[in-house]
Design a protein around this ligand. Structure first.
Ligand code: 5GP
Ligand code: MN
Length: 322
């Protein structure tokens, strides 16, 4: 299904013919963004390509992903100005590349690899496959079609993308095809217990304090079947952790059984709020996020709000069908 996509063979050709490539994933990268990018990068290097990989500022690598093969990573300020081939991963629109968005205009060719249905396409070739559970699932098929080496670091990176975007193979995006790819990756050396430990079973102690604060101020709005909470900069300071360590916090909020939709608002700088949305399926939170300037999937989406958390939650609430 992924290999039948009309852009698949063009994507293979772009990757095959390039001698050097610059890779970028979305800002505030998650397991799929980093895993898909580094997986392709390490495989490309193994095939003799010159590769660099990065993501836009803030260039803070989430603690949970330090076990990935990171040698290719360079800070965005050091990224080639006009790459021969610029490949983007898991970025649903060009602005999700942050300060690396400029490379979309300057590169000789741009390959977009993504699985967000809301992606309008912004490359020379757009391999956007909404049926893929993760961008890493698409990358697996590209690496296999190219015959590039799929060794342990590549398998670890790609499997991390699958595990995180499927919620450990429990969300509705988990297909037989996804599980077949996972099986191949474990065969190739991916170690589920190592990934699971780093991503889900190890946090700095301060995270417990932060989670406690966020959970203690959670609000249930039965009329909207909505649960929401706020993460403040004071919480982070008190816990001694950074924003990049709070990716999985929404998973603690979303389990309230009275709610169909969960919202976690994270205070950024200068009156901006990063809003994460999750749905149990009834409500298309991707559409809500798009309407508010962001994007995502039916059941997981986000946007950045310029203003207060009170305004942000009001904007979400009025878009939830009752
Ligand atoms: P998270 O809430 O974990 O940051 O993101 C959930 C999903 O929504 C991911 O697929 C992510 O790429 C997407 N997403 C989050 N924030 C934004 C945003 O500001 N713009 C767009 N286009 N997508 C977003
Ligand atoms: Mn993804």
């Amino acid at each position: 299904m992924i290999r039948e996509h009309p852009a698949f063979s063009d994507a293979v050709e772009l990757l095959r013919s390039a001698t050097s490539m610059t890779l970028a994933c979305h800002v505030g990268p998650d397991g799929d963004a980093l895993g898909s990018m580094l997986g392709l990068g390490v495989a490309a290097e193994g095939a003799g390509k010159k590769v660099e990989a990065s993501f836009g500022e803030p260039f803070d690598l989430p603690h949970a992903y330090r076990f990935l093969p990171l040698d290719l990573l360079v800070p965005p300020a050091r990224v080639t100005e006009a790459p021969e081939l610029f490949v983007t991963f898991d970025a649903g629109s060009a602005d999700r590349l942050g300060d690396l968005e400029s490379r979309v205009e300057r590169a000789e060719a741009v390959l977009v690899i993504d699985h967000h249905a809301s992606n309008p396409g912004f490359g020379t070739v757009d391999l956007v496959v909404p049926e893929a559970a993760a961008t890493a699932e698409i990358v697996y098929h590209l690496v296999a079609a190219l015959g590039w080496p799929l060794d342990e670091p590549v398998a670890m990176a790609l499997h991390t993308g699958l595990v995180t975007d499927t919620g450990r193979f429990q969300y509705s995006n988990t297909t037989p095809g996804t599980l077949r790819v996972a099986a191949s990756l474990v065969e190739a050396g991916a170690r589920p217990e190592v990934i699971g430990r780093h991503v889900y079973e190890e946090v700095p102690f301060g995270y417990l304090r932060v989670a406690g604060a966020v959970l203690s101020r959670a609000v249930l709005e039965p009329g909207h079947r909505l649960v929401w909470s706020v993460l403040t900069q004071d919480d982070l300071a008190a816990g001694g952790i950074g924003l990049e360590a709070t990716d999985n916090l929404i998973d603690l909020v979303r389990i309230a059984e009275e709610a169909d939709v969960a919202v976690l608002m994270k205070e950024l700088d200068r009156g901006r709020v990063k809003v994460s949305l999750r749905s149990r399926g009834r409500v298309d939170v991707g559409a809500i996020a798009v309407a508010l300037g962001g994007g995502g999937h039916h059941n997981a989406a986000g946007f950045t709000w310029e203003g207060s958390v009170v305004e942000a939650i009001a904007a979400v609430k009025e878009r939830i069908p009752r």
